[in-house]
Design a protein around this ligand. Structure first.
Ligand SMILES: Nc1ncnc2c1ncn2[C@@H]1O[C@H](COP(=O)(O)OP(=O)(O)OP(=O)(O)O)[C@@H](O)[C@H]1O
Length: 357
């Protein structure tokens, strides 16, 4: 396993890129810790596969370097990088037994049979395939086959990183959560550096210690699930993560105070906001509540979401959502809402306003 460093990394598929939009991957500088569990999360086309292919060596970046434990691997071939990959569709040899499938990467590298046997049994035990070791892989279900792919990634002790590219795509929805929690458990046991690519926030947040959120080829935030929830660095993160996502309202800032629809809104950072940019206030539905005073809103819809109810309200043509506990009293039509100040923040051109600006 290895620490992964991306230094000044950028990639364009065009021969002569000139502006940021020409890059499928904007400049990225990051250190990923040895043994960490990371997720690359973002919508289709944001550059996840491009980044994954650069790390695995299938693609040479137009600029920058990739280091594994401080060794420059930018020009190395994929097989020299000692990476295991688990793809969307399980790659298994149907005619072989489960045992031989798991043993394949080790035998390929000339590992002695007693060591092969020890590793295969260890891994089969971890992924609950011990009972089926002697069965042909052809007879397995999609999740059984994906477990083999997973096992093949884990069986080698010489891998620098295991990369997962949307590995649960073909898994039945009711089995997804099982494999998801299995993956997390496996990471805790083997402590190999893992990178998990997905557009599904639940998968990313359950699996990763740190989530890398991408949008239009740019990394907009790298943070723990809690950081992404509590302090979204960009309105996109606020919106993309959370269910429902963060409320984003246009605002003005005068004398260090934010105003929405002419009414003051208390925030923790408006004092740092500069005029001349597109200013917005962001607050998650979890931090909005009904109150005596505050913004006057009209309630438009109430939906049941298990332990919570999602209340849709409107003010000045804008939607403001609240989460209220199941069973809590909800006003009929008109109400006032207030925001929790330490979780209400101003964004400037999409980015969180901080003291340094
Ligand atoms: N081989 C290629 N040649 C030219 N442009 C490409 C190529 N591969 C990807 N792109 C472009 O680069 C951008 C990033 O694509 P990429 O596949 O990395 O995104 P992604 O987040 O992995 O999307 P998805 O989840 O749909 O796979 C997109 O605009 C895409 O059209």
């Amino acid at each position: 396993m290895a620490k992964i460093t991306l230094k000044g990394l950028r990639h364009s598929y065009m021969p002569n890129p000139s502006k940021p939009a020409d890059y499928a991957l904007q400049e990225l500088n990051v250190d990923w810790e040895d043994g960490g569990a990371y997720a690359l999360l973002g919508p289709s086309g944001c550059g996840k596969t491009t980044l994954l292919n650069i790390i695995s060596g299938l693609l040479t970046p137009s600029h920058g370097e990739i280091l594994f434990d401080d060794e420059d691997v930018t020009r190395m071939q994929p097989d020299e990088r000692h990476i295991a990959q688990v793809f969307q569709f399980p790659v298994v040899y149907d005619t072989m037994t489960v045992y031989d499938n798991l043993a394949f990467p080790l035998r390929n590298r000339g590992v002695p049979e007693p060591e092969v046997d020890k590793r295969v049994r260890e891994i089969a035990d971890m992924i609950d395939l011990t009972e089926t070791l002697q069965n042909r892989a052809a007879g397995l279900t999609a999740d059984g086959k994906q477990k083999i792919s997973l096992g093949r990634g884990l069986v080698r002790s010489d891998v620098n990183v295991i990369m997962f590219d949307e590995p649960l795509t073909v898994i039945d929805p009711h089995l997804k959560w099982q494999l998801r929690s299995k993956l997390k458990e496996l990471h805790q046991r083997v402590k190999t550096t893992m990178i998990y690519v997905t557009h599904d926030q639940t998968e990313a947040l359950t699996f990763a210690d740190k989530v890398v959120v991408m949008k239009d080829g740019q990394v907009v935030q790298i943070g723990t699930p809690v950081e992404l929830f509590e302090r979204p660095q960009h309105t996109f993160v606020g919106h993309f993560i959370g269910s429902p996502g963060m409320n984003v309202l246009p605002c003005e800032v005068r004398g260090g105070q934010a105003f929405f629809e002419g009414e003051p809104v208390a925030t923790w950072n408006a004092v740092h906001a500069k005029e001349g940019a597109k200013l917005e206030v962001g607050v998650r539905p979890e931090f909005v509540s009904f109150s005596e005073k505050g913004l006057a809103v009209e309630i438009t819809k109430v939906s049941d979401a298990g332990r919570f109810q999602i209340v849709d309200t409107r003010k000045g043509g804008r939607s403001i959502k609240l989460l209220v506990p199941d069973g809590a009293e909800i006003p009929e039509k008109h109400a006032h809402v207030s925001f929790k100040t330490d979780h209400t923040q101003v964004y400037s051109d999409g980015w969180l306003v901080t003291g340094g600006e």
